[in-house]
Design a protein around this ligand. Structure first.
Ligand code: ZN
Length: 326
Protein backbone atom coordinates (compact mmCIF):
# COMPACT_ATOMS: atom_id res chain seq x y z
CA UNK A 1 0.00 0.00 0.00
CA UNK A 2 1.27 3.43 -0.87
CA UNK A 3 1.57 6.29 1.54
CA UNK A 4 -0.21 9.38 0.31
CA UNK A 5 2.13 12.35 0.23
CA UNK A 6 0.11 15.47 -0.57
CA UNK A 7 3.23 17.63 -0.50
CA UNK A 8 4.69 15.83 -3.50
CA UNK A 9 1.42 15.14 -5.26
CA UNK A 10 -0.12 18.55 -4.75
CA UNK A 11 -3.06 19.62 -2.60
CA UNK A 12 -6.42 19.61 -4.26
CA UNK A 13 -10.15 19.67 -3.60
CA UNK A 14 -10.27 16.58 -5.80
CA UNK A 15 -8.25 14.22 -3.64
CA UNK A 16 -9.22 12.61 -0.36
CA UNK A 17 -7.25 14.45 2.33
CA UNK A 18 -6.31 11.18 4.00
CA UNK A 19 -5.68 8.48 1.39
CA UNK A 20 -5.28 10.76 -1.65
CA UNK A 21 -7.68 8.82 -3.89
CA UNK A 22 -9.12 10.99 -6.70
CA UNK A 23 -12.64 12.06 -5.81
CA UNK A 24 -15.57 11.52 -8.14
CA UNK A 25 -19.31 11.95 -7.76
CA UNK A 26 -19.46 8.34 -6.58
CA UNK A 27 -16.92 8.40 -3.77
CA UNK A 28 -16.84 12.03 -2.68
CA UNK A 29 -17.92 13.04 0.80
CA UNK A 30 -17.20 16.01 2.99
CA UNK A 31 -15.35 15.58 6.22
CA UNK A 32 -16.33 18.05 8.92
CA UNK A 33 -13.08 19.06 10.56
CA UNK A 34 -14.96 19.76 13.80
CA UNK A 35 -17.35 16.82 14.08
CA UNK A 36 -21.07 17.41 14.23
CA UNK A 37 -21.46 15.98 17.75
CA UNK A 38 -18.85 18.43 19.01
CA UNK A 39 -20.56 21.33 17.28
CA UNK A 40 -23.89 20.32 18.83
CA UNK A 41 -22.50 19.61 22.26
CA UNK A 42 -20.79 22.99 22.65
CA UNK A 43 -23.10 25.23 20.66
CA UNK A 44 -20.45 25.91 18.03
CA UNK A 45 -23.02 26.12 15.24
CA UNK A 46 -23.02 29.90 15.20
CA UNK A 47 -19.45 30.41 16.37
CA UNK A 48 -16.43 31.28 14.32
CA UNK A 49 -12.79 30.37 14.35
CA UNK A 50 -10.01 32.71 13.25
CA UNK A 51 -7.97 31.18 10.48
CA UNK A 52 -4.33 31.88 10.01
CA UNK A 53 -4.50 33.51 6.65
CA UNK A 54 -5.70 37.11 6.51
CA UNK A 55 -7.09 36.61 10.01
CA UNK A 56 -10.27 35.54 8.29
CA UNK A 57 -13.04 34.16 10.47
CA UNK A 58 -15.04 31.13 9.47
CA UNK A 59 -17.88 29.24 11.11
CA UNK A 60 -16.87 25.94 12.72
CA UNK A 61 -19.57 24.25 10.67
CA UNK A 62 -18.12 25.51 7.39
CA UNK A 63 -14.68 24.00 7.92
CA UNK A 64 -14.96 21.00 5.63
CA UNK A 65 -12.24 19.11 3.78
CA UNK A 66 -12.42 16.68 0.84
CA UNK A 67 -12.66 13.05 1.85
CA UNK A 68 -13.56 9.72 0.21
CA UNK A 69 -16.47 7.59 1.43
CA UNK A 70 -14.20 4.81 2.59
CA UNK A 71 -12.03 7.03 4.78
CA UNK A 72 -15.01 8.89 6.13
CA UNK A 73 -17.10 5.89 7.12
CA UNK A 74 -14.66 3.02 7.54
CA UNK A 75 -11.38 4.61 8.60
CA UNK A 76 -12.28 7.68 10.64
CA UNK A 77 -15.69 6.77 12.02
CA UNK A 78 -14.62 4.16 14.64
CA UNK A 79 -12.17 6.58 16.25
CA UNK A 80 -14.74 9.36 16.15
CA UNK A 81 -17.25 7.09 17.85
CA UNK A 82 -14.87 6.21 20.66
CA UNK A 83 -13.97 9.83 21.25
CA UNK A 84 -17.61 10.88 21.25
CA UNK A 85 -18.55 8.17 23.75
CA UNK A 86 -15.83 9.28 26.09
CA UNK A 87 -16.87 12.89 26.02
CA UNK A 88 -20.63 12.51 25.89
CA UNK A 89 -21.62 9.23 27.48
CA UNK A 90 -18.92 8.56 30.04
CA UNK A 91 -18.22 10.28 33.30
CA UNK A 92 -14.78 11.19 34.54
CA UNK A 93 -13.68 7.86 35.92
CA UNK A 94 -14.53 6.09 32.73
CA UNK A 95 -12.45 8.24 30.43
CA UNK A 96 -10.40 5.64 28.62
CA UNK A 97 -8.99 7.15 25.48
CA UNK A 98 -5.27 6.65 25.04
CA UNK A 99 -3.07 9.65 24.41
CA UNK A 100 -2.45 8.30 20.91
CA UNK A 101 -6.18 8.19 20.16
CA UNK A 102 -6.66 11.71 21.45
CA UNK A 103 -3.66 12.94 19.47
CA UNK A 104 -4.90 11.37 16.24
CA UNK A 105 -8.42 12.65 16.72
CA UNK A 106 -7.30 16.17 17.64
CA UNK A 107 -4.48 16.01 15.09
CA UNK A 108 -7.04 15.56 12.34
CA UNK A 109 -8.66 18.79 13.46
CA UNK A 110 -5.33 20.59 13.56
CA UNK A 111 -4.35 19.32 10.12
CA UNK A 112 -7.83 19.88 8.75
CA UNK A 113 -8.02 23.53 9.77
CA UNK A 114 -4.75 24.27 7.98
CA UNK A 115 -5.78 22.26 4.95
CA UNK A 116 -9.11 24.05 4.74
CA UNK A 117 -7.33 27.38 5.06
CA UNK A 118 -4.85 26.48 2.34
CA UNK A 119 -7.42 25.11 -0.11
CA UNK A 120 -9.58 28.15 0.50
CA UNK A 121 -6.64 30.48 -0.14
CA UNK A 122 -5.79 28.66 -3.38
CA UNK A 123 -9.29 29.43 -4.66
CA UNK A 124 -8.89 33.14 -3.99
CA UNK A 125 -7.57 34.70 -7.17
CA UNK A 126 -6.70 37.92 -5.38
CA UNK A 127 -4.54 36.20 -2.84
CA UNK A 128 -1.06 37.54 -2.20
CA UNK A 129 1.39 34.98 -3.62
CA UNK A 130 3.70 35.35 -0.63
CA UNK A 131 0.91 34.57 1.78
CA UNK A 132 -0.04 31.50 -0.18
CA UNK A 133 3.53 30.27 -0.22
CA UNK A 134 3.82 30.92 3.50
CA UNK A 135 0.81 28.79 4.22
CA UNK A 136 1.93 26.04 1.85
CA UNK A 137 5.23 25.91 3.74
CA UNK A 138 3.37 24.71 6.83
CA UNK A 139 2.91 21.34 5.19
CA UNK A 140 6.56 20.90 4.26
CA UNK A 141 7.69 21.09 7.88
CA UNK A 142 8.77 17.85 9.46
CA UNK A 143 6.21 17.85 12.25
CA UNK A 144 3.27 18.48 9.91
CA UNK A 145 4.44 15.79 7.49
CA UNK A 146 4.67 13.28 10.28
CA UNK A 147 1.20 14.18 11.51
CA UNK A 148 -0.21 13.24 8.14
CA UNK A 149 1.70 9.95 8.26
CA UNK A 150 0.27 9.23 11.72
CA UNK A 151 -3.23 9.87 10.44
CA UNK A 152 -2.59 7.23 7.83
CA UNK A 153 -1.80 4.79 10.62
CA UNK A 154 -5.57 4.40 10.82
CA UNK A 155 -5.16 2.48 7.58
CA UNK A 156 -1.73 0.91 7.91
CA UNK A 157 0.25 0.10 11.07
CA UNK A 158 3.04 2.45 11.96
CA UNK A 159 6.09 1.79 14.10
CA UNK A 160 8.04 4.67 15.48
CA UNK A 161 11.43 4.73 17.08
CA UNK A 162 11.52 8.09 18.77
CA UNK A 163 12.97 10.09 21.67
CA UNK A 164 10.52 8.67 24.10
CA UNK A 165 10.54 4.96 23.40
CA UNK A 166 6.87 4.58 24.09
CA UNK A 167 5.35 7.46 22.37
CA UNK A 168 6.06 9.60 19.32
CA UNK A 169 3.89 12.60 20.09
CA UNK A 170 4.05 15.08 22.95
CA UNK A 171 0.68 15.03 24.68
CA UNK A 172 0.00 16.56 28.07
CA UNK A 173 -3.42 15.93 29.47
CA UNK A 174 -5.23 17.87 32.23
CA UNK A 175 -8.43 17.50 34.19
CA UNK A 176 -10.42 20.69 34.17
CA UNK A 177 -13.26 22.43 35.89
CA UNK A 178 -16.23 22.87 33.60
CA UNK A 179 -17.67 26.39 33.31
CA UNK A 180 -21.44 26.47 33.93
CA UNK A 181 -22.33 27.83 30.51
CA UNK A 182 -21.96 25.51 27.52
CA UNK A 183 -20.62 28.36 25.39
CA UNK A 184 -17.49 28.41 27.50
CA UNK A 185 -16.81 24.71 27.62
CA UNK A 186 -14.82 24.29 24.42
CA UNK A 187 -11.64 25.94 23.21
CA UNK A 188 -9.14 25.38 20.43
CA UNK A 189 -5.94 27.35 20.00
CA UNK A 190 -2.90 26.87 17.81
CA UNK A 191 0.47 28.41 17.40
CA UNK A 192 1.64 28.40 13.83
CA UNK A 193 5.32 28.90 14.59
CA UNK A 194 5.29 26.39 17.39
CA UNK A 195 3.58 23.67 15.40
CA UNK A 196 1.52 22.72 18.42
CA UNK A 197 -1.99 23.24 19.71
CA UNK A 198 -4.34 23.19 22.66
CA UNK A 199 -7.80 21.67 22.71
CA UNK A 200 -10.26 21.86 25.60
CA UNK A 201 -13.30 19.61 25.48
CA UNK A 202 -15.40 20.02 28.62
CA UNK A 203 -13.57 18.43 31.53
CA UNK A 204 -10.40 17.57 29.60
CA UNK A 205 -7.66 19.75 28.18
CA UNK A 206 -4.77 18.65 25.97
CA UNK A 207 -1.54 20.22 24.77
CA UNK A 208 -0.20 18.42 21.70
CA UNK A 209 2.84 18.62 19.47
CA UNK A 210 3.85 16.14 16.76
CA UNK A 211 7.50 16.37 17.63
CA UNK A 212 8.61 12.78 18.12
CA UNK A 213 7.87 13.06 21.83
CA UNK A 214 10.66 15.57 22.28
CA UNK A 215 8.80 17.92 24.59
CA UNK A 216 7.38 15.36 26.96
CA UNK A 217 10.56 13.31 26.99
CA UNK A 218 13.01 16.01 27.91
CA UNK A 219 11.03 18.77 29.47
CA UNK A 220 8.10 17.22 31.13
CA UNK A 221 8.19 17.95 34.82
CA UNK A 222 6.74 21.44 34.88
CA UNK A 223 3.94 20.39 32.61
CA UNK A 224 3.08 17.35 34.67
CA UNK A 225 3.22 18.84 38.13
CA UNK A 226 -0.37 20.11 37.89
CA UNK A 227 -1.61 16.68 36.84
CA UNK A 228 -3.45 16.01 40.09
CA UNK A 229 -5.29 19.35 40.11
CA UNK A 230 -8.57 20.20 38.50
CA UNK A 231 -7.52 23.28 36.61
CA UNK A 232 -9.42 26.39 35.63
CA UNK A 233 -9.55 26.97 31.83
CA UNK A 234 -7.36 30.07 32.27
CA UNK A 235 -4.73 27.91 33.91
CA UNK A 236 -4.77 25.64 30.89
CA UNK A 237 -4.20 28.67 28.68
CA UNK A 238 -1.18 29.64 30.74
CA UNK A 239 0.23 26.14 30.38
CA UNK A 240 -0.48 26.28 26.65
CA UNK A 241 1.52 29.52 26.45
CA UNK A 242 4.48 27.74 28.06
CA UNK A 243 4.04 24.74 25.78
CA UNK A 244 3.92 26.89 22.64
CA UNK A 245 6.89 28.98 23.76
CA UNK A 246 8.98 25.93 24.43
CA UNK A 247 7.79 24.22 21.30
CA UNK A 248 8.72 27.22 19.22
CA UNK A 249 12.15 27.62 20.80
CA UNK A 250 13.17 24.07 20.00
CA UNK A 251 12.33 24.54 16.31
CA UNK A 252 10.40 21.94 14.40
CA UNK A 253 12.92 20.30 12.19
CA UNK A 254 13.70 17.06 13.89
CA UNK A 255 15.05 14.53 11.44
CA UNK A 256 13.67 11.08 10.86
CA UNK A 257 13.83 8.31 8.34
CA UNK A 258 10.52 7.22 6.96
CA UNK A 259 10.13 3.84 5.29
CA UNK A 260 7.09 2.33 3.72
CA UNK A 261 7.28 -1.46 3.95
CA UNK A 262 4.76 -3.87 2.57
CA UNK A 263 2.86 -4.33 5.81
CA UNK A 264 3.84 -1.31 7.86
CA UNK A 265 5.32 2.15 7.98
CA UNK A 266 8.42 2.77 10.07
CA UNK A 267 9.68 6.10 11.33
CA UNK A 268 13.11 6.36 12.96
CA UNK A 269 13.98 9.61 14.62
CA UNK A 270 17.66 10.52 14.40
CA UNK A 271 19.45 11.65 17.55
CA UNK A 272 18.81 15.27 18.29
CA UNK A 273 21.27 17.08 20.49
CA UNK A 274 19.35 20.30 20.53
CA UNK A 275 18.63 21.38 24.10
CA UNK A 276 17.22 24.63 25.23
CA UNK A 277 17.04 25.27 28.94
CA UNK A 278 13.58 26.54 29.57
CA UNK A 279 12.76 28.62 32.58
CA UNK A 280 9.18 28.26 33.60
CA UNK A 281 8.81 31.71 35.11
CA UNK A 282 7.53 32.88 31.75
CA UNK A 283 9.02 36.32 31.79
CA UNK A 284 10.56 36.01 28.34
CA UNK A 285 9.30 38.27 25.62
CA UNK A 286 8.24 35.35 23.48
CA UNK A 287 6.18 33.86 26.30
CA UNK A 288 4.46 37.16 27.03
CA UNK A 289 3.66 37.61 23.37
CA UNK A 290 2.09 34.17 23.05
CA UNK A 291 0.28 34.43 26.40
CA UNK A 292 -1.19 37.80 25.45
CA UNK A 293 -2.44 36.49 22.09
CA UNK A 294 -4.03 33.45 23.74
CA UNK A 295 -5.74 35.61 26.35
CA UNK A 296 -6.67 38.35 23.90
CA UNK A 297 -5.06 40.94 26.16
CA UNK A 298 -2.40 43.58 25.73
CA UNK A 299 1.07 42.35 26.53
CA UNK A 300 1.73 45.29 28.82
CA UNK A 301 -1.27 44.38 30.97
CA UNK A 302 0.39 41.06 31.85
CA UNK A 303 3.40 42.64 33.50
CA UNK A 304 2.77 43.29 37.17
CA UNK A 305 6.19 44.43 38.31
CA UNK A 306 9.89 43.97 37.74
CA UNK A 307 10.41 40.29 36.91
CA UNK A 308 6.83 39.42 37.73
CA UNK A 309 3.75 38.96 35.64
CA UNK A 310 0.18 37.88 35.80
CA UNK A 311 -0.10 34.18 36.59
CA UNK A 312 -3.18 32.07 37.06
CA UNK A 313 -1.15 29.10 38.20
CA UNK A 314 1.05 30.24 41.02
CA UNK A 315 1.70 33.08 43.38
CA UNK A 316 4.52 33.39 45.89
CA UNK A 317 2.96 30.57 47.92
CA UNK A 318 2.87 28.17 44.99
CA UNK A 319 -0.12 26.74 43.17
CA UNK A 320 -3.42 28.40 43.87
CA UNK A 321 -6.85 27.07 43.23
CA UNK A 322 -9.19 29.00 41.00
CA UNK A 323 -12.89 28.32 40.97
CA UNK A 324 -14.74 28.39 37.71
CA UNK A 325 -18.01 29.23 39.50
CA UNK A 326 -16.79 32.34 41.23
ZN1 ZN B 1 -9.72 8.36 1.43
Amino acid sequence: MKIYNPIEQGFSEDNCFLCGVPLTNENRTKEHVFPQWLINMFNLGTKKLSLLLNRKEIGYKQIIIPCCKKCNSATLAPLERRVRENFIDFDDDEFNLSDFEVALWAGKIYYGVYLYDYLDAMKDKDIDANLLEYLGDVFTQGDMKILHIYLQSLVKPIFVNCYDKDFPISVVHYNLQVPPHVNRQFDYKTSFEANSFMIRVGRKGFLISFDGGYLTKYLSFDFHKYGSERLHPLQLIELAAHFFTLSESKGNERKYLLKNHKEKITVDYLPDNFRVPYIFDGISDKFLEIFSVLLGREKSSLITGENSRLSYLEDSNGFFKMDVNS
